[in-house]
Design a protein around this ligand. Structure first.
Ligand code: ARG
Length: 577
């Protein structure tokens, strides 16, 4: 079923008008004008609005207002069918007011909406890197925001038809692994590590530092083991690979608990070590390397960036070196149209340098994009740490979310068995935590607040889950829905149809900003409007059969949209909350 959503419809009208204008003025450069078409809530600015006149004005070298007049005149001469009127506002914005019956006409569509209707014509291949925790260390709160965001972005691209490669770039390199090898060789037990990988490896690492206090030799031993690793020593390489495998067991347990989809590639940084001599050779051949006090650097003055260190004086390589090697590897192996790196804001400089080096190496420009995000702060708005002052782990946060949710379920659902209560508390806790990590723009710091996260009346997962459960229960009570009569619907309902049809707008904005908050806002508004409708309108008891069916179709459309939205956000529907 080919569906034209109102946003696409308006887009088509504008493209047509621009074409006509290009023809009139014999200026084909007008065809390159890029413009947005945005959904508008309420009807002050129309149902949809566009900034197209501004782009046109620039090329024609006329005021935007004049360009808007021209576009408006062309469109008005062409159509009368679906648009009631066009207004110009804000010095050149075009506001499109649809005829109310346009929304009524589209009612039939709603219950049939499926992901296919939202497929992006481009359907490119994209690598999305996220999570990327460090081997032998617990995932912390930052990794949690990262993982939930990256997973949802990957879901979004998958949903609109891209070929998505989910990539986990695990940290398994650095001098600390020399120390860990020393500690394991001296005090480690295979079974203990296998039983509790991260905890045990972390214990060994901590013990290393304790023993170091009275045995200063250890420092050197650590360096030697790391050196051996760098030179490709078999035993150490195998140990490192085993640390990675064991750590992944633990990470996978967390991913599963959180409902994070499986990664397509899980590759440790160490994997790129053998590729580094060739990379250094290539940099050298391209005259990009410079010796600086015995170390090798790439100057990035042309990009107004500080030089990137590629090799230290002692010959060892760095995070950046393996990063460049990994980028080259990804491009060569998979030839993606883009690589999104979901990594904390504090690594901005690192990525600017990486992308600059990629340009110098002639890799497709703009292949990489750093999808940064801000911190998650503790309830007091300060750094989120444990009572002992340690950084809080992802597991601790998850447990807290589930515990808080358990309290609510215990109180509200006394009817359920213990097993059912535990199950639903876990689902609600995880949903709430994930939604809370996504509902704000990624550059907004999140202040952890269990009440808000689990609130039944705010912008939260429980609110959405509860609304969905209500609507889907009407549908199951109703059974088969007949063909309705959309013209029996009233303004409130037509506005809801308008909202349902604007799902594409939320997807486009989320993709544009690489942030799920637009989708979250949309779902919250949809649920709120739908709740108001539900509370003010008798649906199942409606005496007019056709109107009842129309209303049920609307509810069905709302449910479809919520299901698709939840799927992208990575939260579960919970029909029996
Ligand atoms: N392992 C790093 C950390 O936990 C993040 C790695 C990010 N990804 C990358 N390609 N550099 O801080």
């Amino acid at each position: 079923m080919k569906v034209v959503f109102p946003r696409q419809y308006v887009s088509g009208l504008i493209s047509g008008a621009i074409q006509a204008l290009a023809h009139q003025t014999k200026d084909p450069s007008l065809l390159r004008v890029v413009f947005d078409v945005d959904y508008k809530e309420g009807d002050k600015f129309g149902d949809y609005a566009s900034n197209a006149a501004f782009g046109v004005a620039k090329i024609m070298e006329i005021p935007p207002l004049q360009a808007a007049e021209k576009l408006k005149a062309i469109i008005e001469a062409e159509i009368a069918e679906n648009i009631e009127r066009i207004e110009i506002a804000g010095g050149g914005f075009l506001n499109f007011f649809f005829r109310k019956d346009y929304f009524a006409k589209n009612l039939d569509l709603l219950s049939k909406l499926s992901p296919k209707n939202y497929a992006d014509p481009e359907r490119k291949k994209i690598i999305i890197e996220y999570s990327s925790p460090n081997v032998a260390k617990p995932m912390h709160i930052g990794h949690l925001r990262n993982t939930v965001l990256g997973n949802a972005l990957a879901n979004l691209y998958k949903f609109i038809g891209y070929k998505v490669v989910r990539w986990n770039h695990l940290g398994d390199w650095g001098t600390q692994f020399g120390k860990l090898i020393v500690a394991y060789k001296k005090w480690g037990h295979k079974e203990k590590v296998e039983k509790n990988p991260i905890e045990e490896l972390l214990n060994l690492y901590v013990r290393f530092h304790k023993e170091l206090e009275h045995n200063s030799n250890l420092e050197k031993e650590g360096q030697e083991e790391f050196k051996k690793l760098e030179n490709g020593d078999k035993e150490n390489k195998n140990l490192l690979a085993w640390f990675l495998k064991e750590s992944l067991k633990e990470f996978n347990r967390l991913y599963k608990l959180l409902g994070i989809k499986k990664f397509d590639k899980e590759i440790g940084e160490s994997y790129y070590s053998p590729l580094i001599p060739k990379l250094i050779e290539e940099l050298d051949k391209n005259k990009l390397l410079e010796k600086s006090e015995g170390a090798l650097i790439v100057r990035l003055d042309a990009f107004k960036l500080p030089p990137a260190l590629i090799q230290k004086t002692d010959g060892s390589t760095l995070y950046m070196t393996r990063e460049v090697a990994s980028l080259k590897y990804r491009v060569k192996k998979l030839n993606p149209s883009k690589i999104l790196y979901v990594v904390g804001n504090e690594q901005s400089l690192h990525f600017e340098q990486l992308f600059a080096i990629a340009r110098l190496l002639g890799i497709k420009p703009d292949i990489g994009e750093h999808i940064k995000y801000e911190l998650v702060l503790g309830p007091d708005g300060k750094k989120f740490s444990t009572r002992e002052g340690n950084i809080i782990t992802a597991q601790e946060i998850i447990s807290q979310a589930i515990e808080e949710s358990q309290k609510i379920v215990e109180e509200k659902r006394k009817d359920l068995s213990t097993k059912e209560k535990n199950e639903i508390a876990r689902e609600i806790g995880i949903n709430s935590l994930k939604y809370y990590m996504l509902k704000d723009g990624r550059m907004t710091p999140i202040v952890f607040n269990a009440q808000a996260m689990l609130s039944l009346n705010g912008n939260s997962a429980p609110y959405l889950n509860y609304a969905y459960a209500r609507f889907s229960s009407i549908l199951s009570k109703a059974g088969r829905i007949g063909k309705g009569d959309a013209y029996s619907l009233e303004n409130q309902e037509l506005n809801l149809i308008k909202k349902v049809l604007a799902f594409d707008d939320a997807l486009i904005k989320s993709k544009q900003n690489s942030s799920l908050h637009s989708l979250a806002d949309y779902l919250f508004e949809l649920a709120t409007q739908a709740n108001r409708f539900y509370e003010s309108t008798p649906i199942l008891t409606d005496a007019m059969e056709k109107r009842k069916d129309s209303r049920l179709q609307l509810i069905k459309g709302i449910c479809r949209i919520m299901e698709m939205g939840f799927e992208i956000m990575g939260i579960q529907t919970l029909p029996k909350i």
